[in-house]
Design a protein around this ligand. Structure first.
Ligand SMILES: Cc1cc2nc3c(=O)[nH]c(=O)nc-3n(C[C@H](O)[C@H](O)[C@H](O)COP(=O)(O)OP(=O)(O)OC[C@H]3O[C@@H](n4cnc5c(N)ncnc54)[C@H](O)[C@@H]3O)c2cc1C
Length: 283
């Protein structure tokens, strides 16, 4: 089902992100995670696309498997910076032939050494436009409450986001953030640029301090000092507990502010996401 249609029927969506496992032995973990999280009736689940298209076959395989085997509503992530129109056309045909309605249109990052003269798409808005011109997918686009790391300013970032919306973006999924005030300020900027489509908040429960520090460094998000101080020097178990408790409070405040959707970056693990869902009665 098209995510744009779901928004017409529901006040708030619940969704999960998974990545296609590289190793066969890790597939069991993902099967198990889907088995558990399926119980909470997600409106859709998304499957990431390896940087530079490195996971393309696996991403397609899991997108189809999640629909056929689990009857869930998948959204496939698709990055465009290293790809060709011809290849996108093949993907469109495969997705349409298998009844997949949703794509997250992304630029992705340029792998080191990639020959720039081969680039057919420079930015995600071009992919969103191309997809909309071809088939009637529901298209999601990425938003950055704290700005994309390459953006000259927060305002310019939203100006470019508006191009993705005008190109056919039906909804926005945000990069992970831990400070809700950054998300609320982002929504205010969207209003200034007359961006009125639903904004789904990307939530990452903290499972490990080292890991989350690496993620925020890569994507330009920040961990509030108060939270960081709580986490530093704690055992793995305590970090997990603090992370889950923090995410519960963060989601609670977002729900009270009428957030249009909560999208959990599960990292293919179910425990933390399940605890948060149960605590908030999110089914
Ligand atoms: C929800 C979510 C899911 C993601 N999933 C994946 C995934 O599965 N695989 C993966 O590899 N990566 C993924 N990413 C990461 C994403 O690919 C990177 O953040 C990437 O650097 C930017 O992608 P984008 O689609 O936002 O690009 P764009 O919208 O093209 O923006 C990239 C940069 O260019 C600027 N820009 C945009 N348009 C213009 C323009 N017209 N002129 C000049 N500058 C412009 C923007 O401000 C920004 O700084 C995801 C990110 C999010 C938030």
């Amino acid at each position: 089902m098209k995510i744009s249609e779901i928004f017409k029927q529901k006040k708030r969506t619940l969704s999960f992100e998974f990545f296609p496992p590289k190793k066969v032995e890790n597939e069991y973990t993902l099967f198990n995670t889907i088995d558990v999280l399926k119980k909470y009736n997600p409106d859709f689940v998304s499957i990431t696309y390896g940087a530079g298209g490195s996971s393309k076959d696996k991403t397609i395989e899991w997108t189809l498997k999640i629909k056929k085997q689990y009857g869930l509503n998948p959204m496939m992530h698709l990055t465009c910076i290293t790809t060709t129109r011809e290849f996108i056309d093949e993907i469109i045909d495969t997705l349409k032939a298998n009844g997949i309605d949703n794509i997250l249109a992304l630029r992705g990052d340029l792998p080191e050494g990639f020959d720039k003269s081969k680039m057919e798409f420079n930015h995600a808005y071009q992919l969103a436009k191309y997809l909309k011109g071809k088939e009637d997918f529901s298209i999601g686009v990425a938003g950055y409450p704290e700005g994309h790391p390459e953006s000259p300013s927060l305002e310019k970032d939203v100006e470019y986001l508006k191009m993705k919306v005008d190109a056919g973006g039906d909804f926005i999924i945000t990069q992970l953030f831990f400070d809700n005030s950054k998300f609320f300020e982002f929504l205010d900027r969207l209003k200034i640029f007359r961006i009125n489509i639903p904004v789904i908040a990307g939530i990452m429960p903290i499972l490990s301090l080292t890991q989350v520090k690496r993620f925020v460094e890569m994507c330009g998000a920040t961990i509030p000092k108060k939270l960081l101080d709580k986490l530093e020097g704690k055992s793995k178990e305590d970090v997990y507990k603090i992370g889950v408790e923090y995410a519960i409070n963060q989601c609670q405040e977002l729900i009270e502010s009428d957030v249009k959707g909560l999208h959990f970056y599960t990292l293919n693990k179910f425990n933390a996401t399940e605890e948060i869902i149960k605590a908030l009665s999110l089914t």
